[in-house]
Write a protein that binds this ligand. Sequence first.
Ligand code: MG
Length: 163
Amino acid sequence: MNDLFQTGIGFDSHPFSEDRRMVLGGVSIPGVPGLVGHSDADALTHAVIDALLGAAGLGDIGDHFPDTDKRYKGISSLKLLAHTAQLLKSKGFKVVHVDGTVLADRPRLGPYKEKMKAKLSKPMGVPPSAVNLKGKSTQGLGPFGQQAGLVAWAVATVHRRSK
Ligand code: MG
């Protein structure tokens, strides 16, 4: 038996819309515009999903949950994460660790980080300590500093026993 560790990276960006509710890392955040997208547009969760799929060599979020599919309209991205985690499990992969970064001048991540870690870790079947999150401000630089939207990255490490 050999231990196989693989790593994947995920990225996502969505523009803000005053007409939408902000959901980030599975947590609803009041007082800021939401994100435009086919699902709940949770950019951080989408980045985590892509990182997991990348780590397991299973393509990307669009391969599995196309935004042309009506089933995914307005869906909670935590459900997509749960599907993804199930897929990885069926291929023999176990999630080891996920690290995410959100670049945004608003919302500030600080007050929500622990709740996000709890929300994201549950569908992956790992403790919250296996998820790390970082919030970065742009200090007003570029389109994200102009509060046009936000960007998220994630890196996932997965483990599989190979014969
Ligand atoms: Mg997305």
